[in-house]
Structure formats: C-alpha cells, structure tokens
Design a protein around this ligand. Sequence first.
Ligand code: NAD
Length: 289
Amino acid sequence: MKIAFIGLGNMGGGMAANLIKAGHEVHAFDLSEDARARAKESGCKTYSAISDAVAEVEAVVTMLPNGSIVKAVYTGDVIGKAPKGALFLDCSTIDVATAREVAGLAEDAGYTMVDAPVSGGIAAANGGTLTFMVGGSDEAFEKAKPVLEPMAKAVIHAGAIGAGQVAKMCNNMLLAIHMIGTCEALALAEKAGLDPQTFYDISSRSTGYCWSLNDYTPAPGIGAASPADNDYQGGFASALMLKDLRLAMAGASDAGATVPLGEHATKIYEAFVEAGGGGKDFGAIYTTL
Ligand code: NAD
C-alpha cells in the first residue's frame, strides 16, 4: 500500500520505519531535514512538500506536535491534495474538539478519517508495540486497522470520531494522578520510618497496586526498573505529561466534567515544568516530595 507519513519525530520516525518493514511504500515528509534524512535511511521516499507526499497515496498518517499544527496540515496540504477516498489517520495527541473538526472537514471533502492516538513511548514506537485507541465509524476502523497493525501491539476501536482522543486524555489524566499518589506514598513510607523497598513489597501485592508503583516505580533502586534508576532520563517527559493534562482539562471543561484531582495534578506538573523539570521523566515528581 502507498502511505504518506507526515511528522517523523521521536515517535513518527520509528512508526514510519515499521510500515516499511511491513512492506508498505511510505511517502514521508517532515519540516526537519534531519528527520527526512533518517526516514530515507529507513527506506521511505522523502518529499519536500506535503502536497507531493500525499498526491498518490491510499492513506495518510500524521504524527504531529499539537492540534493547531494538525489542523493547518490537513486543511492546507492534505484535504484536496490526497486522492479522493483516501484514508486519514491522525495519531498525534490533540484536543477532542480539533480532532472532530478536522475529521468533519475531511469527510465533507470525500475522505475517511480516524483519530488514532497512541499509548507507549519512543521505545514502543520503534518496536512496533504501541496501543492505538481509534475513533471513527465501524467502516473507518476496519480500513484503519491493517494500516496501524504493523506499528501496534493493540488496535482498539474506542467509538465514534474523537473517542480515541477522549480515551487518551482520560488514560493520561489517570496515569498522572496515580503517579503522583505513588510518589507521595513512597516518600511518606520512608519519612515515617518504613523501608521504601518493604513498602513496595507490601503495597505492590495489596490494594495500592497500580502501574506506576508495580511497573514503573518512581523511587531510585526500588521495585521495577524505571527512569528513576537513571536520574529520570528517558521515559515520558514531564512536559509531555503536562501537555496531555492540559488537553484533559480542556476536554473536561468542554464536557462539563468535574475533575478536582486532574486539576491538582495539572498544577503539580505545571510547577515542576516551570522549575526546569520538563525534560525529566514524569516520575521525577518523587524528587519534589
Ligand atoms: P516530536 O516533536 O519529536 O516530533 C514531531 C515532528 O513533527 C517533528 O519532527 C517536527 O519537525 C514535525 N513537524 C512539526 N510541524 C510540522 C509540519 N507543519 N509539517 C510536517 N512536520 C512537522 O514529537 P513526538 O514525541 O514524536 O510526538 C508526536 C506526537 O505523539 C505528539 O502529539 C505527542 O503528544 C504524541 N505522543 C508522544 C509520545 C512520546 O513519548 N514522545 C507518546 C505518546 C504520544
């Protein structure tokens, strides 16, 4: 299949390479020359304009930084430039309202679109083990599934258009909240005189167990291996968690939902990023307690 891939950054570079490995012809574009050069090395055909990259393809995948860029790319260079009937898959993490708006514009112009944000970081993008949460009609999902599968360990139909972004914002708000809770419990255990490793041994097998504690323990040298063991380098940057929390807060406001812990988590990550921690893994909140 001929697939255009727009946005070849930390995530998109590895994802495009996995489409190549699956035997697809990938027409790639990124504003960055370096990113284009890396994509060429992994077997993509590279282009110097999006409109050329999408001109002859059956599907367009985008992996871009935010909603305003996604909207500008689709309305400026993809809709009307890709062949009629092409399938559009936006895998970026963006706000629900923009995802629905862009899909509406694409569908009005005769295309099929899904929002397909991912869970899993750069290692999962490189390894082809992302989880995709897909919003779109049943028919759109069936078309999207084989395109996403070479990049995925799971492809899940979340519901109608926008539902993928709803799933993503809810998942990451929950993740931020249980990460902060895990950090607080580990720090409290230690300050109150309990060896944090012993706390881990008990709570990871008790009702306090959760992914942040059991699989990504944010205290150095305790429990599961995680970026905490490497001074919080690598992993999922706090700045990206803050981006996702802000999207969740906007989504909650649009939906009239009450999210007091989500709001509090957003403030905690805002303060951490403002203090210079944006590049550190999101488990580094532990160091502030
Ligand atoms: P990144 O900044 O590494 O990559 C984005 C790429 O888009 C860059 O190479 C940039 O040059 C390119 N770009 C920007 N504007 C463009 C335009 N107008 N046309 C073409 N290319 C353009 O970001 P990333 O980490 O790859 O993240 C991409 C998306 O995936 C984001 O929405 C992010 O929230 C989401 N995400 C990231 C992670 C992660 O761990 N990095 C995990 C899950 C989801």
